[in-house]
Ligand binder design. Structure first.
Ligand SMILES: [Zn+2]
Length: 244
């Protein structure tokens, strides 16, 4: 074989490898657990300033609401209703978590940490919109339809399976240039349990929660449960198994 031929074979092989690699990159979908599809239950919601005081009292007196599990396998309850407190910039949370959320933010601010809420209560339609825009995003950057869908579903909870639809969680970021998102998240990771909140989706528990780590997503579970989960390094699924 001449030197020239050898060179051609090397180049041809390199091109074939490159083409195969590109095809794999575009069409191969890593082993992702297929998500169950649920018909999203319509959560009825009202704001606390539009309900009667007896409705509010009954709502506040309900038991164990803060431990409601919602995940990929456990959709939100049928006929669920929530009473919300409206926050500034269009956000809203279950009115029962509002006092502790406010206290946590006040204490953070007094320590030079300035958090803000970027997402809170969502309807099933809101959740569907988020899923669709993530899907479009992956399509736009060149993923195949199949892969774009798989990635979007990996990142975004299916409608009917997001805690956001119960108003029991918030996504938090820095609301002030004096602090970074990471500084806010570090403070929350260390302190939120004192107010009944937990970092819901950590890398360590991804196998159990089925959700990619989200340093910004905080879920209210009540002070007692949050403390126990924090001290024993348990995620909500593990905690519920332990106490059941
Ligand atoms: Zn979230």
């Amino acid at each position: 074989m001449t030197k020239k031929n050898k060179k051609h074979i090397v180049i041809a092989t390199a091109i074939i490898i490159l083409v195969v690699a590109l095809l794999i990159y575009r069409y191969y979908i890593p082993d992702m657990k297929p998500k169950k599809q649920f018909t999203p239950a319509a959560v009825e919601y009202a704001y606390d300033d539009s309900v009667t005081s007896s409705q509010l009292a009954e709502y506040n007196a309900r038991q164990d609401w803060q431990l409601t599990l919602v995940n990929n396998d456990t959709p939100i309850c049928e006929n669920c209703s929530v009473i919300l407190t409206a926050l500034d910039n269009g956000q809203a949370v279950d009115c029962r978590i509002y006092p502790q959320l406010q206290k946590m933010f006040d204490d953070a601010r007094s320590q030079g940490i300035y958090p803000t809420i970027t997402s809170s209560f969502r309807t099933a339609e809101d959740q569907q919109d988020i899923l669709e825009s993530k899907y479009e995003h992956y399509q736009k950057i060149g993923y195949s339809d199949k892969k774009a869908k798989a990635y979007a579903e990996e990142w975004v909870a299916m409608p009917g399976t997001s805690e956001h639809e119960l108003g029991l969680c918030v996504d938090i970021a820095s609301g002030d240039s004096r602090v970074t998102n990471q500084e806010v998240w570090d403070w929350l990771a260390k302190n939120s349990y004192k107010y009944g909140f937990i970092e819901r989706y950590t890398a360590e528990k991804q196998d159990i929660t089925g959700i990619i780590p989200e340093e910004w997503h905080y879920r209210y579970v009540g002070e007692k449960a949050a403390k126990e989960m924090y001290e024993n390094n348990l995620c909500l699924e593990e905690y519920l198994q332990k106490v059941s």
